[in-house]
Design a protein around this ligand. Structure first.
Ligand code: SF4
Ligand code: SF4
Length: 67
């Protein structure tokens, strides 16, 4: 089981934060202990790196991440 990011709900759009999660310093990329989330055009999880800890789900202000 690996977490998924719903790109419709996620505030990271077209390479920019639109929801303020980054400014609050508790974005998914900041809390992931294994650096499994990358933000390019959209935020994506590397399933091979993710350890299913759930920290990103807890922190996301847009409720965009789920198992
Ligand atoms: S914390 Fe949520 S809204 Fe912000 S980039 Fe991550 S998935 Fe998207
Ligand atoms: S579940 Fe944990 S390890 Fe996986 S992407 Fe989220 S914060 Fe990173």
């Amino acid at each position: 089981m690996t977490v998924k990011i719903d790109s419709e709900k996620c505030g990271w759009k077209d390479g920019k934060c639109t929801c303020g999660c980054c400014a609050e310093s508790k974005c998914c990329t900041d809390v992931c202990p294994v650096d499994a989330i990358k933000r390019d055009k959209t935020a994506v999880v590397d399933a091979d790196t993710c350890i299913d800890c759930g920290a990103c789900i807890e922190t996301c202000p847009k409720d965009a991440i789920s198992f």
